[in-house]
Write a protein that binds this ligand. Structure first.
Ligand SMILES: [Fe+2]
Length: 299
């Protein structure tokens, strides 16, 4: 019997009706992976997985990320939380290492654009919600590319973009201290093609606020192009806005979608638990080139 699904928006997102035990069994994993690839995000209502269940579901779908994901300027290694579960909260008592980086979540982004192989997908479930705000928005970067004129697609496929942590975070915190900026600047930069040729044969835009500039392009033209593409890709027709309920589990495809959280009460204690699936393919073979420090520029 096929999976029971309801579209959440025309171009993105499906709600999947499945019991927690069936999801955890892995019996439908290949169908769920295929649906995730096609629809960008999957919603499961009323599952309320605890941490061990979240890990189990993640492991049916891919390679659960455990261990070092980021390294700070002072040499600390930030791990993906306890055994693969990261607590996403602005409260520094909940997650002292990550809270300072989460400000960037308010802006459209892909996760892990600093990595050679960005994460495949994220599993996200709420443990406490803010009474106001805090919806998560998703944008389908496959659809946004598909709809461009052929001539423009061909031009974009020639371009590469430098992704930096300071480009991702400075717009979200323009009153940062020099020390904060220095920490952001300490992260490796990454050069990715603007268009991802997936091994499936599909193509998507590699867009994120971390995209600082287009390699070799005049800064003014680069700025205008990235701004224009971001505006194009986040039009309502390519997006889905999720209003969270306790019990929800959302899985999104990080390789073909951007996401952002809408403003919420910082004192609300909003807390989500996240499991990340490691990526399975480079953006392209050229994306494993780090940008030499000698040609780094600030965002
Ligand atoms: Fe994110």
């Amino acid at each position: 019997m096929p999976l029971s699904c309801i579209d959440l928006s025309p171009r993105m997102g499906s709600e999947v009706k499945i019991t927690k035990s069936e999801l955890m069994s892995g019996r439908r994993a290949s169908e769920i992976r295929a649906l995730l690839d096609q629809r960008g995000i999957l919603l499961f209502r009323g599952l309320a997985p605890d941490d061990s269940e979240l890990r189990a579901i993640a492991r049916t779908l891919g390679d659960l990320r455990i261990g070092a994901a980021k390294r700070t300027a002072d040499g600390k290694t930030l791990t993906e939380g306890e055994e693969g579960i990261l607590k996403v909260s602005l409260d520094e008592t909940v997650n002292p290492e990550y809270a300072r980086f989460l400000i960037g979540n308010h802006l459209w982004h892909m996760d892990g654009t600093y990595e050679e192989i960005p994460p495949l997908a994220t599993l996200f479930t709420p443990f406490r919600l803010s009474k106001t705000g805090g919806d998560t928005m998703f944008a389908n970067t496959y659809a946004a590319f598909d709809d461009l004129p052929d001539g423009e697609k061909a031009e974009l496929e020639k371009l590469r973009v430098v992704h930096t942590m300071q480009a991702a975070l400075f717009p979200a915190k323009r009153d940062c201290t020099p020390e904060e900026f220095a920490v952001w600047y300490s992260y490796p930069q990454r050069l990715h093609p603007l268009v991802w040729h997936h091994r499936s044969g599909r193509k998507s835009l590699v867009l994120s606020t971390s995209g600082a500039y287009v390699e070799g392009m005049h800064p003014a033209e680069s700025h205008d192009l990235l701004q224009r593409l971001m505006a194009h890709a986040t039009q309502e027709k390519y997006t889905y806005r999720h209003k969270w309920r306790m019990g929800d589990l959302v899985i999104w495809d990080n390789t073909g979608a951007m996401h952002r959280v809408m403003p919420f009460d910082r004192e609300s204690g909003r807390e989500f638990h996240r499991a990340t699936l490691n990526g399975e393919e480079s953006v392209t073979a050229t994306s494993d080139r780090l940008v030499p420090a000698s040609i780094r520029v600030s965002a």
